[in-house]
Design a protein around this ligand. Structure first.
Ligand SMILES: [Fe+2]
Length: 398
């Protein structure tokens, strides 16, 4: 028997969001190029903010500057944020490209998220900072030195470095490394925006930093709690790190998907939880609202359809989707081949609902149960969701 779906109570968060002013959709061509369905009604419960390379992104990200704190008509945090592949704010940092997809301004300071590329032999100098930093390697291989340890993370692996742990990294092998950086709380995004050099896109060239660039980075570092001159002793102590080699981590089958946890709340002091999600055709959770966490998605493979307030966006590899708390949303694989994405929540919490209602998987090679999820899983989900501040809106199609 299918579980009954509750009526929505008055004063539902979705209604509360019907106050947003419409924003201009992305230029049709850009939206099409990005595989995004352009055009949405004048008023949306959750306004979708497309961020193609260039103007729109520039405007929102100038707010990252501490000097500019003026109110916006539509709070950034009521929006679903879509940043297509190659979109976002590009920065030349130490002569390498960085693409910011979310900064503290969009996440109420809970996290910052960017992509970066570094050539072989280069990396980041020894430093430390108070925020928790996570690296997911998309391509190539990176050697991290953290405290008294050296950890090599190849493509598909993840390393989280705790606040206060001195660290450095360099790219090994013959090719560039590409990686995603998730920091919590946000703040480093503002440092990089202020100390780096803005560039239009990722086409380069990315010139080596000038002495002035380096001086600016150094002089601003302290302001943002970034310490460049870690004492040698800091590299003699046991580091606070969490390393996941590719395909390593607890696995849970939930919502028809296979989730592999890269970091959970206990690992991050509750700052965030991050997991790799294999979403088979037909997979994805029912529409829901979480009231506590900012959620981020980064598509790694295949294509996923995200829905918010009746609108939909088809997202391919390299696309970021940011969902603030209180916004109804869902995603589904509507293709005939598996998709994969990273999903994270900040602060952590939602992963506990997944653990409680999903099923532990021990054999990675066993095929996951095909969607839709079994009725007993949906019943568990409906019963447990309120304890995690989550409202399941509909089981339609489930
Ligand atoms: Fe760092």
């Amino acid at each position: 028997m299918r579980p009954e779906v509750r009526e929505r109570a008055p004063g539902h968060p979705e209604e509360a969001l019907q106050v947003g002013e419409p924003i201009d959709p992305a230029p049709q061509s850009l939206a099409r190029d990005a595989g995004i369905l352009a055009g949405y009604p004048a008023r949306l419960g959750a306004t979708i903010s497309h961020s193609p390379p260039g103007a729109a992104e520039e405007e929102s990200l100038t707010l990252l500057s501490k000097r500019d704190t003026k109110e916006r008509a539509v709070p950034e945090n009521d929006r679903i944020r879509i940043v297509p592949e190659s979109g976002g704010r590009w920065i030349s940092w130490l002569g390498r490209p960085i693409r910011y997809m979310a900064g503290g301004e969009q996440t109420v300071g809970t996290y910052g998220f960017c992509w970066g590329r570094v050539p072989p032999g280069l990396g980041a100098p020894p430093h430390r900072h108070a925020f928790l930093e996570g690296f997911y390697v998309l391509k190539g291989e990176i050697n991290f030195t953290a405290g008294n340890r050296v950890v090599t993370i190849p493509q598909g692996g993840f390393l989280a470095i705790g606040g206060g742990t001195a660290h450095a990294f360099n790219v090994v092998g013959s090719g560039d490394a590409e990686f995603l950086t998730l920091v919590a709380p946000a703040g480093f995004d503002r440092y990089q925006a202020e100390a780096g050099r803005p560039v239009a896109d990722g086409s380069g060239p990315f010139d080596p930093p000038t002495p002035e660039d380096l001086a600016r980075m150094r002089s601003l570092a302290r302001t943002y709690g970034y310490e460049l001159d870690s004492p040698e002793d800091a590299f003699r102590v046991e580091p606070e790190i969490l390393a996941r080699q590719p395909c390593e981590g607890p696995m849970i089958a939930a919502s028809g998907d296979l989730y592999t946890f890269l970091a959970e709340g206990e690992d991050t002091g509750g700052r965030y939880a991050l997991w790799d999600a294999v979403v088979p055709p037909g997979g994805g959770p029912p529409p829901h609202i979480q009231t506590r966490e900012h959620e981020g998605f980064y598509v790694l493979e295949g294509e996923l359809t995200f829905r918010a307030a009746g609108e939909e966006v088809v997202a391919g590899p390299g696309t970021f989707v940011g969902v603030p708390p209180g916004v109804a949303h869902s995603f589904r694989n509507e293709t005939d081949r598996p998709a994969r994405q990273l999903i994270w929540v900040a602060p952590a919490g939602l992963e506990k609902l997944i653990r409680e209602t999903g099923r532990v998987v021990t054999d990675r090679s066993a095929p996951p149960p095909p969607p839709p999820p079994a009725p007993d899983e949906l019943e568990r989900l409906l019963a447990a969701a309120p304890r995690y501040g989550v409202e399941i809106l509909s089981l339609e199609g489930r």
